[in-house]
Design a protein around this ligand. Structure first.
Ligand code: SF4
Length: 913
C-alpha cells in the first residue's frame, strides 16, 4: 500500500487519479485509524466531553484547599478539568507515558498527581498515538510499503516523527515530497515563487496578471466575480484547482446563477435549529424564568412540545409575559382539552400515551414548577427526566433527519457525562453542553456537484501541479494559540524525555501549506479576499503579507505603489462599459431593466359585500375602523397578526397590564373599600406575587434597579388612585365589569376597569391607563373626541342615564374627567359625551359603508397624498383641518394609527414614517 500523508490531508479524496489501486491520501485522523486497524488496536472511543467528565472526577478525588487547581476548580470545575486535560494530552503527545513528571512547577506536579489517581480515563487521540508507537516498537508490522510525506518530516509533531521512524524501521519506504521548483521566470507568479525560496528580489512586471489579490466589498461581490471568471471560459476549468476555505454557501449561489456546479462545502455550526433544542430545554430549567428563552423554545420549528400546546403557551405569554398566571393557567386548560381531542381521541395502536392530566402536569413541571437555583444546580434526576423526554421526541425523527439524530446523540452524551453528579450547577451544565455540542454540525441539505475543476478545502491539499489556482475566501482565519510552557518546564520535561513542540512549529506547518498551493501553480494564482464577511470586517490572509513583503523586497518607495497596483484588483475595476474582464477571461454584461416602485395606493377595491362585521364589536374595533379601514380589514377581517413569539409585551405595556391586574385584585371583593396606605401596602405585596407570572423579565439578573423603580411607580399609582377615590367620596362597586350593547345589529362588548358609585348613587366609569400621554388624553376630553369614554357612557345609558366617566393615568396619578364631581379640576368639554358617541357612530357607519361597497381605504396614505397636494405644510395641521371639517358634518375624526400599526409594510406606508 502506498500512502500520502500530511497534516492537512484529512477530508481529501483518496486519490485524484482517474483509477488507482492501493493508494491512499490520509491526514492525521485517517492515518491514526488505518494504523490502529493494521495493528489490532481499534476500540470504542468516547466523546471528548466524556473524557473531561472522567478527568473532572479524578481532580475531584484529590481536590483540597492546597491543590494547585483548587480555586479555579471551585469556581468552574468543568472548564478547569478541560484545560488541565488538554495540558495532559499535550504532554502525552510529547512522549509522556508512565514516568513521573519533574516537580519543577506546581502545574506539572498537579498533572502528575491527577495522573496517579486510580479512576478511569478513556484514551484520547494522543494516548492512541502512543499505543501505536508501543505496538510498532514491539514489532507488530503495519504492512505499509511506501509513505510519501506532503511536508518535511522534521516539521511534523514529535509523536508522528516517532511513528514514522518506527515504520521506517519496519521497512516502510518514507519519501518526503519536495515543493516543486518554479517553472520559468517570466511571470510575476514565477518571480514570487523563485523569490520565496531564494530571498532574491523578484522582478514584478506591472502589466502581468498571473498573481492577483482580488478584493471586493462583500463576500457576495467576491462570489459573483469568481463565478464570472469560471463561467467565462468553462472549457478551460479542467486545469483549475479551487481552494474553498470555509463555507461555500454564498459562492454556490453565484455559481448556480451562472449555471455552474455548486461546491457544497458547509461549515460546522452549533446554531443549526435542531441543535438548539437541547440548549433551550436546559436554559428553561432555571429560576428566575427567562421568558425570552421560553419563547425561543416554544417557537422552534420542531419544538419538543406539541404544536398546539406551544401555540397556546405563546399566546398566553403574549398577554402575560411570565409563568403561572391567569393566562398561563387558561392555556394549560386549553392544552389539556386539545390533547384529549387531538391526540388521545384519535390515537390508534398499542402505544401507551399519557393521559391529558399527566401530559399537562409534565409540561407544568418542565416549564413552570420544577425550576432550579442556578448556583445549587439541577438534581441529576430532574436532568435525566428532561433528557429522557427529549430523547423520546428526537428519537421519532432521528432515522430521517440527520440533525435530529445528532441532537439525540448529544442529549444522550450530556446525560452520560453528568451521571456522576448529584446536583449540576448551571455554569457547569452549560460548559458541559458546550463540550458536548462542540463545533456543531454541517448543513445536511448542502450537496456537492461534480465539476470540471478540482476542489480542495485547504492550501495544504494542493498536492499536484495545477495550471490555475483560485483561493476562495483568502482571509485571515486565526486558528488559536498553543499552550504556553515556561522555559523551565520545557527544560525539565526535555530532561525526562518529554519534548514539547516549539510554539512556532504549528505556524511553520501552516506557512509550508500555503507555499504548497503557490508553488504547485504554474500559470495563475487568484486570491479572492472580501473586505466584509457577514457584515464584519475581514482582513486578507496572512500569506498575503509574505507575498507582499517578497514582492516589495529591494524596491524603493516610489515603485512600491506601482507594484501593489499590479498585484491587486478591486472587483469594480473589472467592469467597464458593459464588458467584464479578469486575467484573460472576458464576459459581456447586460444591464437589467429597472422598474419604478409602485406608489402606495390610498385605497384598494374588493368585491362589494365581501367585507362584513364579525360576531361582535368593541371600542378598539370601532376606533380602528374609523381611523383606518385598511388596518381594521387586515386585522379583523383577514385575521393577519404578528406572531405571538414577536409580541412579547415589555416596558410600559407589561407594567400597565400588571398594574391593571393589581387594581382588579384589590377590588375583587365586592364593595371592598381601601384607604390609600393600606392599598399601597397590598399593591406592594401583589406586585411581588404577580411579577413572576406577568413581568418575569424583571426578575432576571441585571434588572434590580428596574424592578425597584417599577415597584415604587405601581405602589404610588395605586395610592394615588385610592386617594382620588376616597377624596371624591366614591365607592368602588366592581372591577372589570362586562358592558354590552348593540351597534348596527352587532353585539358590542366593553369592559370597564372600575365601576364606582357617587354619593348621589350615580355610576362613575373609570378607565385606567398606564401611559405618559397626559396631553393627548386631556385634549380628547376637551375637544369632545374621547370615544372610549363616550362608549362607556352609551353602554351604561340603557340602565343608568347619569353616568360619569374619566381616565385615571396611573403613571402620573392623575384623574381626567369632565364630571362636575371634580369641581375646579373638571375638564371643560366642547361637546357632551352622547354627542361624541353620535358623531363616532356616524363616522363608523360611513367607514363601514365604504368597506361594504368594496373600497378599503388606507387613511394614512390618503392623508399623505392630501398633504402633498395641499397648501398645508404639516400633517398635524392637515389632520386638524380634517377634524374640523368632519365635526361640521357631525362626524368624529380619529387619526390613522400609522405610528404603531403592524401593517405599514403591507399597505405601502412602511419606510415613509
Ligand atoms: S400604516 Fe397607516 S395607512 Fe397603513 S394600514 Fe396602518 S394605519 Fe392604515
Amino acid at each position: 500500500m502506498n500512502i500520502v500523508f500530511g497534516t492537512y490531508l484529512d477530508s481529501l479524496t483518496w486519490s485524484d487519479k482517474p483509477a488507482a489501486i492501493g493508494e491512499l491520501r490520509l491526514g492525521p485522523m485517517g492515518m491514526l485509524g488505518l494504523l490502529e486497524t493494521r495493528l489490532g488496536l481499534t476500540g470504542n472511543y468516547v466523546h471528548p466531553a466524556r473524557r473531561i467528565s472522567q478527568y473532572l472526577q479524578r481532580m475531584q478525588s484529590i481536590d483540597n484547599p492546597g491543590a494547585w487547581f483548587h480555586r479555579s476548580f471551585s469556581a468552574d470545575p468543568w472548564s478547569t478539568a478541560k484545560q488541565m486535560l488538554s495540558w495532559r494530552d499535550t504532554l502525552v503527545a510529547s512522549g509522556w507515558q508512565d514516568t513521573a513528571l519533574p516537580s519543577t512547577s506546581a502545574r506539572l506536579q498537579a498533572l502528575g498527581d491527577i495522573e496517579a489517581v486510580d479512576l478511569p480515563l478513556s484514551a484520547g487521540r494522543e494516548d492512541r498515538l502512543q499505543s501505536i508507537a508501543l505496538s510498532l516498537k514491539s514489532g507488530i508490522p503495519a504492512h505499509i510499503e511506501t509513505l510519501t510525506l506532503s511536508e518535511p518530516r522534521s516539521i511534523l509533531p514529535a509523536i508522528w516523527q516517532q511513528i514514522l521512524a518506527l515504520l521506517a524501521g519496519q521497512g516502510t519506504h518514507i519519501v518526503e515530497s519536495a515543493v516543486p521548483a518554479p517553472q520559468g521566470t517570466t511571470t510575476n507568479l514565477s518571480a514570487i515563487q523563485h523569490a520565496l525560496g531564494s530571498l532574491n528580489p523578484p522582478h514584478i512586471d506591472t502589466g502581468d496578471d498571473s498573481l492577483l489579490l482580488i478584493s471586493a466589498e462583500t463576500e457576495w461581490d467576491a462570489a459573483e466575480t469568481l463565478a464570472r471568471y469560471l463561467a467565462s471560459a468553462p472549457a478551460d476549468n479542467s486545469t483549475t484547482t479551487l481552494i474553498c476555505q470555509g463555507s461555500s454557501d454564498i459562492l454556490d449561489q453565484a455559481l448556480q446563477r451562472h449555471g455552474l456546479p455548486q461546491i457544497g462545502a458547509s461549515s460546522d455550526s452549533p446554531w443549526r435549529t435542531a441543535l438548539q433544542i437541547l440548549p433551550l430545554v436546559i436554559a428553561n430549567c432555571w429560576e428566575p424564568v427567562d421568558v425570552n428563552r421560553l419563547v425561543e423554545l416554544l417557537s422552534l420549528p420542531s419544538p419538543p412540545i406539541r404544536y398546539f400546546a406551544a401555540r397556546h403557551l405563546l399566546s398566553a405569554l403574549a398577554s402575560e409575559p411570565g409563568v403561572g398566571g391567569e393566562a398561563w393557567k387558561n392555556a394549560m386548560e386549553k392544552i389539556g382539552s386539545d390533547y384529549q381531542t387531538k391526540v388521545l381521541d384519535q390515537a390508534s395502536g398499542n402505544r401507551k400515551l399519557p393521559s391529558a392530566a399527566e401530559y399537562v402536569q409534565q409540561l407544568e413541571a418542565f416549564l413552570h414548577t420544577e425550576r432550579f437555583d442556578p448556583a445549587t444546580g439541577i438534581p441529576y434526576r430532574a436532568l435525566e427526566e428532561r433528557c429522557q423526554w427529549l430523547m423520546e421526541f428526537l428519537g421519532a425523527y432521528a432515522d430521517r433527519d440527520s440533525l435530529m439524530a445528532e441532537a439525540l446523540s448529544q442529549t444522550s452524551e450530556l446525560l452520560h457525562v453528568s451521571a456522576s453528579m448529584n446536583h449540576i450547577p448551571r455554569i457547569t451544565l452549560e460548559r458541559m453542553l458546550d463540550s458536548v455540542i462542540g463545533v456543531g454540525a454541517s448543513n445536511p441539505l448542502v450537496q456537492s456537484h461534480a465539476a470540471a475543476y478540482q476542489v480542495v478545502h485547504t492550501p495544504g491539499q494542493v498536492l499536484s501541479p495545477t495550471s490555475t489556482t483560485i483561493w476562495w475566501n483568502f482571509t485571515s482565519n486565526h486558528s488559536g494559540s498553543a499552550a504556553w510552557w515556561s522555559s523551565q518546564e520545557r527544560q525539565s520535561l526535555a530532561e525526562s524525555g518529554i519534548i514539547l513542540e516549539e510554539t512556532s512549529a504549528h505556524s511553520l506547518r501552516e506557512s509550508r501549506s500555503w507555499q504548497l498551493a503557490l508553488q504547485n501553480t504554474s500559470k495563475r494564482l487568484l486570491l479572492f479576499a472580501p473586505r466584509q464577511i457577514c457584515g464584519e470586517t475581514a482582513y486578507p490572509h496572512p500569506f498575503w503579507d509574505e507575498i507582499r513583503s517578497v514582492a516589495l523586497c529591494g524596491e524603493n518607495h516610489s515603485h512600491e505603489e506601482a507594484i501593489l497596483t499590479a498585484l491587486t484588483r478591486h472587483e469594480h475595476q473589472l467592469q467597464q462599459q458593459g464588458r467584464w474582464s479578469l486575467a484573460e477571461r472576458r464576459m459581456s454584461l447586460t444591464a437589467l431593466s429597472t422598474a419604478d416602485l409602485p406608489e402606495p395606493e390610498e385605497s384598494c377595491t374588493v368585491q362589494a359585500g365581501a367585507i362584513a362585521l364579525g360576531k361582535h364589536l368593541s371600542y378598539s374595533q370601532m376606533s380602528m375602523l374609523i381611523g383606518c379601514p385598511m388596518n381594521w380589514t387586515l386585522k379583523y377581517h383577514a385575521g393577519l397578526r404578528a406572531a405571538d413569539a414577536h409580541s412579547l409585551p415589555t416596558g410600559n405595556q407589561m407594567i400597565g397590564s400588571l398594574c391593571h391586574r393589581i387594581v382588579e385584585l384589590l377590588y375583587a371583593e365586592p364593595v371592598k373599600q381601601w384607604k390609600p396606605d393600606k392599598a399601597a401596602q397590598k399593591a406592594r405585596e401583589l406586585f411581588h406575587e404577580l411579577t413572576r407570572s406577568m413581568a418575569a423579565e424583571l426578575l432576571l439578573e441585571g434588572h434590580e434597579v428596574e424592578i425597584r423603580r417599577y415597584e415604587r411607580a405601581i405602589v404610588e399609582a395605586v395610592r394615588k388612585l385610592v386617594d382620588a377615590i376616597c377624596r371624591l367620596n366614591l365607592k368602588v362597586e366592581e372591577a372589570e365589569r362586562k358592558l354590552e350593547g348593540t351597534l348596527q345589529g352587532t353585539p358590542f362588548i366593553g369592559f370597564a376597569d372600575l365601576i364606582l358609585r357617587t354619593p348621589a348613587g350615580e355610576p362613575f366609569v373609570l378607565d385606567l391607563k398606564w401611559s405618559y400621554a397626559t396631553k393627548y388624553r386631556k385634549e380628547e376630553i376637551e375637544q369632545g373626541s374621547a370615544l372610549q369614554l363616550a362608549t362607556y357612557n352609551w353602554l351604561m345609558a340603557s340602565e343608568e342615564p347619569n353616568t360619569h366617566t374619566g381616565y385615571f393615568l396611573l403613571a402620573q396619578g392623575e384623574l381626567l374627567s369632565d364630571s362636575p364631581l371634580l369641581g375646579d379640576e373638571a375638564l371643560p368639554s366642547a361637546v357632551p359625551l352622547d354627542t361624541t358617541w353620535q358623531m363616532g357612530q356616524l363616522s363608523f357607519v360611513q367607514s363601514l359603508q365604504g368597506l361594504q361597497s368594496g373600497r378599503v381605504e388606507a387613511r394614512g396614505i390618503l392623508e399623505r397624498k392630501l398633504l402633498e397636494n395641499s397648501d398645508v405644510d404639516k400633517l398635524d395641521k392637515l389632520q386638524s383641518e380634517r377634524r374640523e371639517e368632519m365635526a361640521r358634518n357631525k362626524m368624529l375624526y380619529i387619526k390613522p394609527p400609522c405610528g404603531y400599526c403592524d401593517y405599514a409594510t403591507l399597505c405601502g406606508m412602511g419606510g415613509s414614517l
